[in-house]
Design a binder for this molecule. Structure first.
Ligand code: PA5
Length: 447
């Protein structure tokens, strides 16, 4: 039997006792019940709770489409933003070779677009697409999000000019709502292959739908193992009313109690750059779910040991407004030892023969204690290895903890009303039809 991820509160207990955490976790069982009954705020957005089972019948088709795109191209552009981007990028970056774009051996490459409005970024991508044999997966649940819509229009134009409209339509896959939005009719009119993001699953909870799984499968990662990992976490959390063994409830309770002690920023810490985008996914999940009605913990992230040489100073010694959640990986995939040198000119012989991971784990353990002593509570999450199975566990673990955390804060964890404010102003400044008067008022303010 495979292990599960583990949660240690050892470096929290001098700030908040385990009894207090357990008591709040026990109280939060009512939120778990509400989620399971679907009677709380956002109750029509709970499709993610049973996704590890519900997605299984679609896995074969996702794999087949990935295989077809891989067989006709050597690079796929994934167009999407927010929940239609971060989950797949998290997995692709975590499980691919760190230098895959420099590798000479034949492998399918994935690049991302539509996650910004940068003219330079997209122009430089087009430079690459000019000379590459590529396919496109466009992902937008609403089908009307400006950033991916613009990127898709530009890339679709490029592809149609390059290979002709008919062939382009065979090289494009669209993942969107079953009916709503502009992407669905566009896909139907052009005969694109499509997948559906179900109505009852919001963007940031959609990584185990085709929105996340097709890009992940395209990069050769085992989506069945990812889903199996998520299912194994679902089995020990979703219906588990014993708070002492329900990791999602314990984590939700711990972070909420720490916040009540005035530490309103949670920093996700990892010691492998491969988890950088996993932390980006996590930031979106918690930031969009909790940050509303003047409430919520601000989610931030650092890559250690890199950032120990920048933000480490602040975390150790600056304003005491934060706590850390360290995501620790026990065993790396590869083995590399510090070599011995006779002259010891760099004075590193005390490390010779040691694996780099031993050095890294000592940096991690030492930093946890130093930050704890600097008045920073540290929650420690450990996964045995960085692979599909444990990333699947982490997805479900955090999604459930986030939903419960939202209910503890008494907010709707499944909407994002605040995202509309920037869009309104952007549309107004761009003179989108219907926004003319708002645009005039904003331009006055910009004078
Ligand atoms: O979590 C969310 O709902 C959002 O972050 C969306 O995923 C994001 O805005 C992209 O939306 P869409 O998939 O509709 O283009």
């Amino acid at each position: 039997m495979k292990e599960n991820i583990s949660v240690s509160l050892k470096n929290v207990e001098s700030f908040i006792s385990f009894e207090e955490i357990l008591a709040l976790a026990q109280q939060s069982v009512m939120h778990l019940d509400t989620l399971n009954k679907g009677t709380g705020p956002g109750g029509d957005f709970l499709g993610w709770m049973s996704l590890p089972e519900d997605i299984r019948p679609q896995l074969e088709r996702i794999e087949k489409v990935a295989e077809r795109l891989r067989s006709i191209s050597d690079l796929t552009v994934i167009v999407g933003i927010g929940g239609s981007y971060l989950g797949s990028r998290a997995v692709v970056e975590a499980l691919s070779h760190s230098f895959s774009s420099l590798r000479k051996d034949k492998h399918h490459e994935i690049v991302f677009a539509g996650q910004n409005l940068s003219e330079d970024y997209l122009s430089e991508l087009l430079d690459i697409l000019d000379v590459r044999n590529y396919t496109v997966v466009v992902i937008s649940k609403s089908g009307v999000t400006t950033e991916p819509a613009i990127a898709f229009r530009i890339i679709k134009n490029h592809l149609e000019k390059k290979v002709g409209k008919k062939e382009a339509s065979e090289r494009i896959v669209a993942i969107t709502d079953s009916k709503k939005g502009a992407l669905r009719p566009l896909a139907d009119a052009n005969g694109y292959e499509t997948f559906v993001i179900p109505d009852n699953i919001g963007g940031r909870y959609s990584v185990l739908t085709p929105a996340g799984l097709l890009p992940i499968a395209l990069s050769g990662i085992d989506i069945r193992m990812l889903v199996e990992g998520a299912a194994s976490m679902q089995a020990v959390t979703r219906k588990n009313r014993d708070a002492s063994t329900n990791l999602s409830l314990i984590y939700a309770a711990a972070r909420n109690l720490i916040m009540r002690s005035g530490r309103t920023t949670e920093i996700m810490v990892s010691y492998t750059p491969k988890l950088h985008y996993f932390a980006e996914w996590w930031k979106q999940l918690f930031g969009e779910s909790e940050g509303k009605d003047g409430k919520g913990i601000f989610p931030a992230a650092v890559d250690f040991t890199t950032d120990l040489h920048s933000l480490g100073q602040y975390i150790q010694d600056g304003q005491r407004i934060m706590f850390e959640t360290v995501l620790s990986v026990t065993e790396p995939k590869r083995e590399l030892r510090v070599p011995k040198e006779e002259d010891n000119a760099d004075q590193l012989n005390y490390l010779s023969g040691q694996r780099l991971s031993e050095v890294d784990h000592n940096a991690e353990a030492g930093t946890i204690l130093a930050h704890h002593d600097g008045n920073v509570p540290v929650i420690l999450l450990t996964i045995p290895k960085l692979n599909e199975y444990y990333i699947g566990q982490l997805f479900y673990f955090f999604e459930l903890a986030c939903a419960v955390s939202g209910y503890i804060l008494d907010v709707n964890p499944f909407d994002q009303p605040g995202v509309e404010a920037y869009k309104r102003n952007m549309f107004a400044l761009l003179n989108k039809p219907g926004y003319e008067e708002a645009g005039r008022l904003l331009r006055e303010r910009l004078k």
